[in-house]
Design a protein around this ligand. Structure first.
Ligand code: TRP
Length: 393
């Protein structure tokens, strides 16, 4: 994204852009599983924004659930903003953390996967100083009752033992946790986002951001750009334990940087029954076949379908139907495909041009690039609310 677009955006009011649809040829509907009902526009600089918590190394759930879409949107030439939500990570903090280290590792993995800091604007939430300012302003106008309905907060409260205010994992029910949706609204509104692709668990927060922006504009005059309603993201990967969702904390993940030995060990560790149940469906499609299998076996087939050529997958479905002994073979075949997928990512992760220093350099550059538009937003909000623009910055 060139600096030209930024400059242009600074001068032209967002609502001056007419919204036109591209018709049924949804530009990135498929990429994100965005529901077909959402109208895309052909305006050049549609701002796409998503935040990612610094989790360190990435797993397949992250890749197929998010990174792949980020890459596609980047390749389609949209104005993509991807940032590391390191402030949000602090909603779980008991002691000194490794979040900075994890941020660097995660971004090196992103770059290894093909995310390009020259084409996508990749930055750290905490490098954008206006974020804390705008979060404070939005916090002043948001009713607590609204925040208490936020899923992250509600989940944490519902899991409290007795009348304790500490979570079972030792993390506090903090002011920051209650304010989670405000901070997220800030991230979204501060760069004037159009589209915010997120997983299912974050949709409510994006809807809250839209509500907050509408309320602001209603009370203080048209100031904030209202993002379009939330696209549906579809892909959720099962865990190797047969669980519904792959997650690092569930210990059921396949990592993008896992070496062949570890891959084989993880896949061999997936429990498989010796006697496959007969399949009722005649279809060979994964959506029909996998639900009929024991969950862990289904997970193996899911990944085989995802990574191996179709005929390899079909061959193993045939073996399953015939009740042959094949689990050992299935596991080594799958492990090979996983390792083949990982190999170029591992190589790029360790490439000489992909170091902590190069990541820090693009983080610095991109923070510098994003800062003007964020100052513009927060200044407009200050003025609209009546404390006037900053006299010293
Ligand atoms: N809360 C998101 C998550 O946990 C991360 C996030 C923070 C985010 N700010 C955002 C996502 C703004 C989209 C837009 O995954």
């Amino acid at each position: 994204m060139g600096s030209k677009t930024k400059a242009a955006r600074a001068k032209i009011a967002w609502h001056a852009f007419p919204r036109r649809t591209v018709g049924t040829r949804s530009l990135f509907g498929l990429a994100l599983g965005i529901s077909k009902g959402i109208q895309m526009t052909d305006e050049k600089n549609t701002v796409i924004l998503s935040g990612i918590r610094p989790t360190g190394r990435l797993h397949y759930g992250n890749y197929f659930g998010a990174v792949k879409d980020f890459l596609r949107l980047q390749d389609e030439g949209h104005d993509c903003y991807y940032f590391v939500a390191d402030y949000h990570a602090l909603t779980t903090i008991k002691e000194h953390t490794d979040y900075y280290r994890q941020t660097l590792d995660m971004l090196r993995t992103y770059v290894a996967c093909g995310l390009d800091p020259k084409r996508s604007t990749i930055y750290r939430q905490s490098d954008i100083q206006s974020t804390t300012e705008l979060a404070l302003l939005l916090g002043m106008m948001t009713n607590i009752g609204h925040l208490e309905r936020g899923t992250t907060y509600k989940d944490a409260v519902s899991k409290l033992p007795g009348d304790s205010t500490s979570r079972p994992d030792g993390n506090p029910i903090s002011y920051g946790l209650l304010g989670y949706p405000i901070l997220m609204a800030t991230d979204i509104l501060i760069v004037k986002s159009d589209i915010v692709p997120v997983g299912h668990d974050q949709r409510q927060h994006v809807e809250m951001a839209i509500d907050i922006a509408k309320k602001f504009n209603h009370r203080f005059g048209e100031t904030l750009k209202i993002p379009r309603s939330v696209p549906k993201t579809a892909v959720r990967l099962p865990g190797l334990d047969g669980g519904a969702k792959m997650g690092k904390s569930d210990n059921n993940d396949l990592g993008l940087l896992d070496d062949p030995k570890l891959v084989l060990k993880k896949i061999k560790g997936v429990p498989t029954t010796t006697d496959p149940l007969p399949l009722k469906t005649e279809s060979n499609e994964p959506d029909d076949v996998i639900p009929e299998m024991p969950a862990t076996v289904g997970a193996l087939y899911f990944f085989l379908h995802l990574l191996a050529p179709k005929d390899v997958y079909l061959d193993f479905v045939g073996k399953y139907r015939r009740g042959e002994k094949f689990y050992g073979n299935l596991k080594t075949t799958l492990a090979e495909h996983v390792s083949r997928f990982n190999a170029p990512i591992i190589e790029a992760f360790h490439a000489p041009g992909n170091t902590d220093e190069t990541v820090e350099e693009f983080l610095r550059e991109n923070a510098q690039k994003v800062t003007p538009v964020t100052i513009e937003t927060v200044e407009a909000c200050r003025e609209a609310m009546g404390i006037g623009r900053s006299l010293y910055r």
